[in-house]
Design a protein around this ligand. Structure first.
Ligand SMILES: Cc1ncc(C[n+]2csc(CCOP(=O)(O)OP(=O)(O)O)c2C)c(N)n1
Ligand SMILES: [Mg+2]
Length: 546
């Protein structure tokens, strides 16, 4: 082991100081300095099977722990393989640092092997991207990257590191600037905004609270107290899933209008909508269905989100967590209790109706999701893909803690789910992790079962097998009365998993599925359960494809 102080050491020293726990990677010659430094400085390096999977794992770690993940990839195709996860991370608002190698600077513009200029490509899918051309400036550039990653709504950043810069001796170019990761900066709610917020609440009779992404990073231990004091019905969206226990009496279901008709109605009837740490995005119908006469209070640190798609009557640029004690302190709202009961009962009724749809024959997706949950321990982390059957999972799961449900989000990217499962297990080594994926999505990154086996970080993959690309096939059939290249023959995914070092079960009934999950959790080895399911269009897909 050479004890050198080169660019690779500078990189890893920074990552350690920033609290990074793993570097996810696929190797490449120029990355050797980083690999060496990870070994010397004891930063665990995870060698995956695909650069996209490495990035998804790094991003998953952030979704579980709240601390950013890091991926290191080689030049050219190594970097372009990160484009999709960078896009997912941008659209989901999650922090991710991608380090990409480059050919040595003296070969620039000569057509060096594997080399391509990735900055125009990565620029378009990240918050910020840059090239480092001076070994002494590596800590400074990482510092900039870290700040950009967290500024406002979090997102991915990309740093290109040419091979000669990574290999250069730091002693020849001492660091330009002492740096370390900055603390997150969020503006505290001002006294003036607090007064306006209190005034808005004072006239509310039918308030509805939407808990969104920023609250995941910006927690408040007064959230439940504020909700309960005023008896405000609330919904949870994307990163905020599970932020408040979703078995709570006041939970109005998941914050996705396409799968929650009760929420659509509640938004149309509410007289005060409190949107915390989010904007009126696609799954909130861009705010179009909100009662035109309602007061809309929107609180977010990132001013770019304020008023996006739908104007707020009170838009506050502040940490949503800093606003929650103001809500709690407000005089009790003279609430319309009958309306609140209608809102929460509306969602419960829809949940019951999901079960009523379960019929005989192949397992209904709802029955499959329930059977998995029945075998899963309380601390399980769930991941779901973006096929039709997963939309049933999205509407069926009730998360009881934050960071326990991972889904690519607004990008809708198939393929993130299996690496998310493994990334989650690295982030929380003791939590059982269960991934829901279709027979289409499973083909993207099933290879990562091998990575799970190599590193002893097991997770469970549940393949909901309807023998088709269902999310596309079912609307196709509805519109055209036929489908085009949509069928998938039943493949033996269990044998694939076994070939990669995992175990496997084929389950046909709910009881077999629950038993398979229980024994997989107990064995704590990578496990794939394949379940034939009925092909039934989920309410979500039904809504968005009409
Ligand atoms: C990267 C990517 N490619 C294509 C799509 C479009 N797409 C969405 S769902 C789907 C079918 C998924 O099939 P499967 O995984 O079997 O789930 P099912 O819909 O059958 O439940 C496709 C192709 C996508 N969301 N992401
Ligand atoms: Mg399918």
């Amino acid at each position: 082991m050479k004890n050198i102080s080169d660019g690779g050491m500078s990189v890893v020293r920074f990552l350690k100081s920033a609290g990074v726990k793993h570097v996810f990677s696929v190797s490449g010659g120029p990355l050797n300095t980083i690999y060496h430094a990870c070994s010397v400085l004891d930063l665990p390096l995870i060698h995956t099977r695909h650069e996209a999977a490495a990035c998804f794992m790094a991003e998953a770690a952030a979704r579980v722990t709240g601390a950013p993940g890091v991926a290191a990839v080689t030049l050219g195709p190594g970097v372009t393989n990160t484009v999709t996860p960078a896009l997912v991370s941008t659209m989901a608002g999650t922090p991710l640092l991608i380090l990409g190698a480059q050919a040595p600077t003296h070969t620039f513009d000569r057509g060096a092997g594997m080399s391509w200029d990735p900055l125009p490509i990565l620029d378009s899918v990240t918050k910020w991207s840059a090239r480092v051309l001076d070994v002494g400036r590596i800590p400074e550039y990482l510092d900039i990257a870290w700040r950009k990653m967290w500024a406002g709504r979090p997102g991915p950043v990309f740093l290109e590191l040419p091979a000669d810069i990574l290999a250069a001796n730091v002693a020849d170019a001492p660091p330009t600037q002492a740096s370390g990761p900055v603390a997150e900066i969020r503006p505290h709610i001002s006294p003036v905004a607090s007064k306006s917020l209190t005034a808005a609440l004072a006239t509310a009779r039918r308030p509805l609270m939407i808990l969104g992404d920023e609250l995941f990073w910006d927690r408040s231990d007064r959230l439940v107290a504020a909700i309960e004091k005023h008896q405000i019905p609330f919904t949870t969206l994307r990163l905020a899933r599970g932020l408040v226990d979703e078995t709570h009496d006041l939970w109005a279901g998941p914050g996705y209008l396409p799968c929650n008709a009760a929420l659509r109605q509640a938004l149309a009837e509410a007289d005060c909508v409190i949107l915390l740490g989010h904007h009126f995005e696609f799954d909130l119908g861009f705010g179009a269905g909100v009662n035109a006469a309602a007061q809309v209070v929107q609180i977010a640190s990132d001013p770019d989100l304020l008023g996006r798609n739908r104007r707020a009557t009170l838009a506050v640029q502040a940490s949503p967590a800093s606003a929650i004690p103001v809500i709690e302190a407000a005089s009790t709202i003279p609430i319309d209790a009958d309306w609140v009961a209608r809102v929460v009962d509306g969602w419960r009724g829809e949940r019951r109706a999901q079960l009523a749809a379960v019929t005989g024959g192949a397992l209904h997706p709802v029955a499959a999701v329930d059977a998995v949950c029945a075998g899963a321990p309380d601390d399980a982390i769930f991941v779901s893909s973006h096929g039709n059957v997963d939309f049933w999972a999205d509407a069926r799961l009730r998360l009881r803690r934050p960071g326990r449900y991972l889904r690519a989000g607004q990008s809708g990217a198939l393929g993130a789910e299996i690496p998310y499962g493994l990334g989650a297990r690295f982030a929380d080594p003791s939590a059982p992790v269960i991934v829901f994926v279709g027979d289409g999505g499973v083909g993207y990154h099933i290879m990562e079962v091998d990575t799970a086996a190599r590193y002893g970080r097991p997770f469970i993959v549940v393949v909901l097998d309807d023998e088709m690309w269902g999310a596309i096939a079912l609307p196709q059939r509805r519109t055209y009365k036929e489908t085009y290249e949509m069928t998938l023959p039943r493949r033996d995914w269990g044998r694939v998993a076994e070939g990669l070092g995992g175990d496997a079960t084929f389950a046909r009934t709910a009881a077999e599925l629950t038993a398979a999950i229980r024994s997989a959790v107990a064995a704590d080895r990578p496990h794939l359960v394949q379940v034939p399911v009925a092909s039934v269009l989920s309410p979500y897909m039904d809504y968005i494809s009409t």
